[in-house]
Design a protein around this ligand. Structure first.
Ligand SMILES: [Zn+2]
Length: 165
C-alpha cells in the first residue's frame, strides 16, 4: 500500500516537473519571438541617426537622445518623451504597438516624440496643450514628422518621474 502510494507520488512529481519545463520553455520561446526583429531595430536606428542629423542642422543640437522600446507602457500610448528630475531625457516607443504598423511607429510616432525631447533640450518645458505648443509643432515639422497635430489628447510628455516603463 505504502509502496504503491510512493510510486504514485513519483509519477505525479514527474508529470508536474515535465509540465513546468514545457511551460518555461514555451514562455521563453514566446518572449523571443515577440521581440522586435532585426530589420525593425535597424529601421529605428537609421531613423534616429537621421533625426539627430536634422536636430543638428536645423537647431544646432548635438545631444544624443536614447530611444527605448518598452513593453511595459500602457496600450493607449504609442510613445512618450520623458524628462527625469536629474535632467535625463529618454524617448520611449511602445513595443506592443509595433505589431500594428512598423512604419507608423517609425515615421510618425518617433519624430513626434523626438520633437518633445528637443523641447526639453532647449529648456522649454511648456505644458501648453500637453506639450503640443506651436514651437513644438514647428520642431516636429522640421524633423519631417507626419503626426505634428497640436490638438491631440495623448499625455505623452512626462516630467519628473523615474523608472516609468
Ligand atoms: Zn506628443
Amino acid at each position: 500500500m505504502f509502496l504503491q502510494r510512493l510510486k504514485l507520488f513519483f509519477i505525479l512529481l514527474t508529470i508536474i516537473s515535465a509540465s513546468l519545463l514545457i511551460y518555461f520553455w514555451y514562455d521563453n520561446y514566446k518572449f523571443k519571438t515577440s521581440d522586435l526583429d532585426e530589420s525593425t531595430k535597424r529601421k529605428i536606428y537609421e531613423k534616429t541617426v537621421y533625426l539627430q542629423k536634422l536636430a543638428y542642422s536645423k537647431f544646432a543640437i548635438s545631444k544624443n537622445i536614447p530611444i527605448k522600446v518598452s513593453d511595459k507602457m500602457p496600450s493607449n500610448l504609442f510613445g512618450a518623451a520623458t524628462l527625469s528630475q536629474d535632467g535625463k531625457i529618454v524617448v520611449f516607443l511602445n513595443k506592443k504597438r509595433f505589431k500594428e504598423s512598423i512604419d507608423y511607429m517609425i515615421e510618425d510616432v518617433l519624430p513626434h516624440e523626438y520633437a518633445h525631447a528637443l523641447m526639453f533640450v532647449l529648456g522649454d518645458l511648456s505644458k501648453e496643450n500637453g506639450g503640443h505648443s506651436k514651437k513644438w509643432q514647428s520642431i516636429c515639422k522640421a524633423l519631417e514628422g507626419k503626426r505634428c497635430d497640436r490638438f491631440v489628447n495623448y499625455h505623452d510628455v512626462i516630467f519628473d518621474k523615474t523608472n516609468l516603463f
